[in-house]
Design a protein around this ligand. Sequence first.
Ligand SMILES: NC(=O)c1ccc[n+]([C@@H]2O[C@H](COP(=O)([O-])OP(=O)(O)OC[C@H]3O[C@@H](n4cnc5c(N)ncnc54)[C@H](OP(=O)(O)O)[C@@H]3O)[C@@H](O)[C@H]2O)c1
Length: 259
Amino acid sequence: MGRDPDEVKITCNIEGKIALVTGANRGIGKAIVEAFLRRGVAKVYAAVRNPASADALVECYGERVAIVQLDLAKPETITAAADRTNDVEVVVNNAAVFKACTPFDASSLDALELGMQINVFGLMRMAQAFAPILRKNGGGAFVQMNSIASLKCSSSFATHSATKAASYSITQALRDLLNQQGTAVLSVHPGLIATDMSNAAALRGHAEPPSVVAEGIIAALESGVFHLFPDTMAQRIGSAYQSFAHSVIEAELSEYKNN
Ligand SMILES: NC(=O)c1ccc[n+]([C@@H]2O[C@H](COP(=O)([O-])OP(=O)(O)OC[C@H]3O[C@@H](n4cnc5c(N)ncnc54)[C@H](OP(=O)(O)O)[C@@H]3O)[C@@H](O)[C@H]2O)c1
């Protein structure tokens, strides 16, 4: 871990580190666990709702994977997981819920409420529980799985987009605050990745494998960037967004400074 004196970037090499990944049993979370193990992390805590759902990972990778029960809807499981994993150095908050819902659907308010509970309150509780642990363990990294939906709302899953916009906003605050304790913060914005969630979204277009996100995270942590647009669709949007991100999102606005 180190700070680039010119660009004030905090970098993190995952080799030899202890990591925790939420939603580790399937989809992008499982790919992150596997890529981290391939690339030399010492141990991964697979944080899952149902411990049996991560048994296959332990069978495959043995003691380098430890299963931790964590349900983002149940704050007490987040604090209990943090107590159990107080040697963790890299936290990846990947888990989320997705409901396809327009603002006019009868279930839209319920869908927004559930999405806020898991995708936003869950993120905030993860950050609250793990920030002191990351600080104690030398800084490390906090990775938040956001989305292209954080930037571009789709009317067919508007409530989901709203939760991902909110989690992106909180991630920006986490970057400011956690950087002060030497923790790298990475905001990941996948576009279309082949998982159960993208199947549920029924999007047209070529979905890329979850390993693209996992490998992208490792490289982004090594280079110390804040935004990651891992797949082809995400990169297209990310390149259009880059200038705004650089001069507004990643910049310090003098008007925002406290007196
Ligand atoms: N796939 C894409 O195209 C895409 C695009 C942009 C962003 N993303 C983001 O990438 C992340 C992973 O998505 P994915 O595509 O891999 O989805 P997925 O295959 O549907 O997996 C979702 C994961 O989240 C877990 N989860 C759901 N509710 C939870 C809760 N209350 N507490 C803890 N874990 C919970 C699930 O656990 P269970 O198995 O117990 O349900 C599962 O492990 C999400 O943040 C998603 O928004 C995905």
